[in-house]
Design a protein around this ligand. Structure first.
Ligand SMILES: Cc1ncc(COP(=O)(O)O)c(C=O)c1O
Length: 398
């Protein structure tokens, strides 16, 4: 029932904001200084501050966690993807989604590849295997799929397409730590999967990435590639990068890894509460997760049907800002409409990409978000739904 008391009135209509202080998108869960201090002292005393024993230990623990032969620590997911494309010797076209973060495309373009954008599935937000297959030309050399926001990709469908056409299959697993594909951590499938370890993720090294692969030769070339392409004799095998991981980052990663499973569980429990509370409101939809898979919920992205809810994504974002709730419009604009990349767009219709770009909204999500914060964010949506017509009028009059 709609009433006008200040408790039920959205802040944008003059009600009291639900939060006195801003609720940020990201609040990284980090170890206490005392937990890290001994390790930091040892690094400093050893004099070895980059690419040392802690990085090797981190790589080993990650390889065990993922169940892959090789986990190679690099400076970021972006540099890891650039190196994978180069190390595989790819030249030509690569099929990738446009509904993704810009780094999926920038790494490919930096490696000299031409991106061809294929549509995503509207419900999962992931690259559609049928659309990917339809985008294949004689110049196609690889497919780069994304576990979007942490929702495992259609790995089987994409594996079938890649095998049928002799293509490399690479996963941008930036959001992948904490995600499980049919019960196992994502990371083992395809030719390589590349993870991000930046502070918005469940597993954090500050900045950093992991290239996971079961291919011995590729692993060797990635190790060389993160050292300029130099295998030690100063005769570069291919143009590499400086993409090493410093010891301080590896130390943070080792501590963060201990918290990964708890982080993934907490996020899944918190999202279940969001689903219960927001699922009652018309027009709010969540990414569909395949039975047997686990989302990492690195990002909680909602799809909003403006007709059913009574307000569109942009109106909701403004009204939530008045409640002191931060949001992001991931991914708007989609890559094929961005200044740097629209030159590559071949004009094929991408209806789901365009729809998601206009109607998706990411909410704050942390590995330690309290139930109270989650409930209050949901309450903000209820207040908006109950007062949708007046909120729209107010925004139109501004
Ligand atoms: C889908 C996706 N790919 C790649 C990246 C780049 O990761 P990094 O910042 O580690 O280079 C991000 C960043 O969050 C991302 O969201």
């Amino acid at each position: 029932m709609s009433t006008n008391s200040s408790a039920t009135l959205p802040a944008i209509l003059g009600g009291e904001p639900l939060f006195a202080e801003k609720i940020p998108m990201v609040r990284p869960v980090l170890p206490a200084f005392e937990e890290m201090s001994e390790g930091i002292r040892r690094i400093l005393e050893s004099g070895m501050v980059t690419k040392g024993p802690l990085m090797r230990q981190f790589e080993q623990e990650i390889a065990e966690h993922l169940g892959v032969k090789h986990a190679i620590a690099v400076s970021s997911c972006t540099s890891g993807m650039m190196l994978v494309h180069k190390a595989l010797g790819l030249e030509g076209e690569v099929i990738l989604p446009s509904f993704t973060f810009m780094a999926t495309a920038s790494a490919a373009v930096w490696a000299g590849l031409r991106p061809v954008f294929a549509d995503v599935d509207r419900q999962t937000n992931n690259l559609d295997a049928v659309a990917a297959e339809a985008a294949i030309t004689p110049r196609t050399v690889a497919i780069v799929a994304v576990h979007q926001f942490g929702n495992p990709a259609d790995i089987e469908g994409l594996q079938r397409v890649a095998a049928r056409h002799g293509l490399k299959l690479i996963f941008d697993a930036a959001h992948g730590f904490g995600a499980r594909y049919q019960g196992e951590p994502v990371g083992r499938q395809g030719d390589a999967q590349i993870f991000s370890l930046s502070p918005t993720k469940l597993l954090i090294t500050g900045e950093g990435g992991i290239v996971a692969t079961n291919d011995d030769e590729l692993a060797e070339r990635i190790r060389m590639g993160r050292e300029y392409g130099n295998d030690g004799n100063y005769d570069s095998a291919f143009p590499g990068l400086n993409a090493r991981m410093p010891e301080f980052n590896a130390l943070l990663g080792l501590h963060s890894l201990k918290r990964l499973e708890a982080a993934a569980r907490h996020r899944n429990e918190t999202v279940a509460l969001f689903q219960e509370l927001l699922g009652r409101l018309p027009g709010i939809h969540f990414q569909k997760v395949r039975p047997g898979d686990r989302h990492s919920y690195r990002e909680l992205s909602l799809m909003i049907d403006p007709q059913a809810f009574g307000l569109n994504r942009d109106e909701i974002a403004l009204a939530l800002a008045a409640e002191n709730i931060d949001t992001r419009k991931y991914y708007y604009p989609p890559i094929h409409r961005q200044t740097a990349y629209r030159q590559y767009y071949d004009g094929r219709p991408l209806p789901n990409t365009d729809w998601l770009s206009e109607n998706s909204l990411s909410l704050p999500m942390w590995s330690n978000m309290s139930e109270e914060v989650a409930r209050k964010i949901c309450r903000a949506f209820e207040r908006l739904y109950e007062n949708a017509r007046r909120v729209r009028e107010k925004l139109n009059s501004q």
